[in-house]
Design a protein around this ligand. Structure first.
Ligand SMILES: NC(=O)c1ccc[n+]([C@@H]2O[C@H](COP(=O)([O-])OP(=O)(O)OC[C@H]3O[C@@H](n4cnc5c(N)ncnc54)[C@H](O)[C@@H]3O)[C@@H](O)[C@H]2O)c1
Ligand SMILES: [Zn+2]
Ligand SMILES: [Zn+2]
Length: 345
């Protein structure tokens, strides 16, 4: 089969790889129908994620059709349409029992990281019963690709950890797919003000149609000053970091109001300063999280009942074998006006 293979920072090839086979009775092999590229894949390509080694097939999102199941898989059979979670979970270990699938002792974020991923014609999914979700006939499968990672990530790491409440002022640094997913799901809680921060004016414009009320471009204005002006000199109740660079984590520290929350989502490859000289007295909470995908069933229902429309995030379509081109487009998102790209097998 063909797959997108990582060969060290900046190097990737679309090349021939062996088709995956079942290696445990709890495995399933899935034929990919649609997959996508994540901001995390861009971090991997920069060399930010040390666990990804030469030869790895990338990708941790997608939908597909069950090709084969191990003897212990009881929820799925050949031909079933499935949503692949970016997090693999055994459902049995201590962390899984606590709903912290991201730290499953046998899984977690392994796809496209320490085992081969979904940017391929086929993928092996360990612990299939707990790591796949059935897709009902007639569903918009493209929209569901957004449920593999970005919707639960924006919601769990940003909105739930940030404890967004009715009437809150919320700032989201990063209007990429993950920041926009946080923007969409923050509105479950009717915050009073939703401020988006990004250097990409097109993404800021898009965020308006997703419900943002205020926009800050730190390349064109003093972001801290503008946010204090917008919030009556208080700062924000919730600052969500959805970029993954030190400057935006520090910006969140500068704009958080007393009693507020900083919810980090970004994957960071470099250390960032913690400004305790300002924050020690501010009664704030800082959270970090690797998405657990425990909210996927709830978000699935919200999408199916048209309460959430994640298909709005899709801007480009490519054939899977055109994935190198798709990486170029997603990697130059501002120029290409790209959000989520769909790759079809
Ligand atoms: N914690 C998790 O479990 C988890 C899961 C998935 C993704 N992530 C991370 O979430 C982050 C966002 O993912 P994405 O797919 O939306 O990425 P993306 O690269 O598409 O979006 C990042 C956005 O940040 C903007 N940006 C860059 N530098 C900026 C700055 N200095 N100030 C303001 N905006 C700036 C870019 O213009 C872009 O719009 C990434 O770091 C990704 O790795 C984390
Ligand atoms: Zn991802
Ligand atoms: Zn587990």
């Amino acid at each position: 089969m063909k797959a997108l293979v990582y060969h060290g920072p900046g190097k990737k090839l679309w090349e021939e790889k062996p088709k995956p086979v079942l290696t445990a009775p709890t495995d399933a092999v899935v034929k990919i129908s649609k997959t996508t590229i994540c901001g995390t894949d861009l971090h991997i390509m920069k060399g930010d994620v040390a666990t990804v080694t030469d030869g790895r097939i990338l990708g941790h999102e997608g939908v597909g059709i069950i090709e084969e199941t191990g003897d212990a898989v009881s929820n799925f059979k050949k031909g079933d349409h499935v949503l692949i979670s970016c997090i693999t979970s055994c459902g049995k270990c201590e962390y899984c029992k606590r709903g912290m699938y991201s730290h499953c002792e046998k899984g977690g974020w392994i796809l496209g990281n320490i085992i081969d991923g979904t940017q391929a014609e086929y993928v092996r999914i360990p612990y299939a019963d707990n790591s796949l979700y059935p897709i009902p006939a007639g569903s918009d499968e493209e929209a569901l690709v957004m449920l593999s990672d970005i919707l639960p990530t924006g919601f769990e790491c940003g909105v739930l950890n940030g404890q967004v409440k009715p009437g809150d002022t919320v700032a989201i640094a990063g209007a990429g797919p993950v920041g926009l997913a946080a923007l969409l799901t923050a509105q479950f809680y009717t915050p009073a003000m939703l401020i988006m921060i990004d250097m990409d004016d097109n993404r800021l414009k898009v965020s308006r149609t997703f419900g943002a009320s205020q926009f800050v471009n730190p390349q064109k204005e003093d972001a801290v000053r503008k946010i204090f002006e917008l919030t009556g000199n208080k700062g924000v109740d919730v600052a969500i970091e959805a970029v993954g660079v030190p400057s935006t984590f520090e910006l969140c520290q500068s704009i958080v109001a007393p009693g507020g929350h900083i919810a980090n989502i970004g994957v960071h490859g470099k250390k960032a300063d913690l400004h305790l000289e300002r924050l020690w007295s501010h009664n704030i909470t800082i959270t970090t999280r690797l998405v657990d995908t425990v909210t996927t069933p709830m978000l699935f229902k919200s999408v199916q009942s048209n309460k959430l429309a994640p298909e709005k995030l899709i801007t480009h379509h490519f054939r899977l074998d055109d994935i190198l081109h798709a990486y170029d487009v997603f990697g130059n998102a501002a120029k290409e006006q790209a959000l989520k790209v769909i790759l079809e097998n």
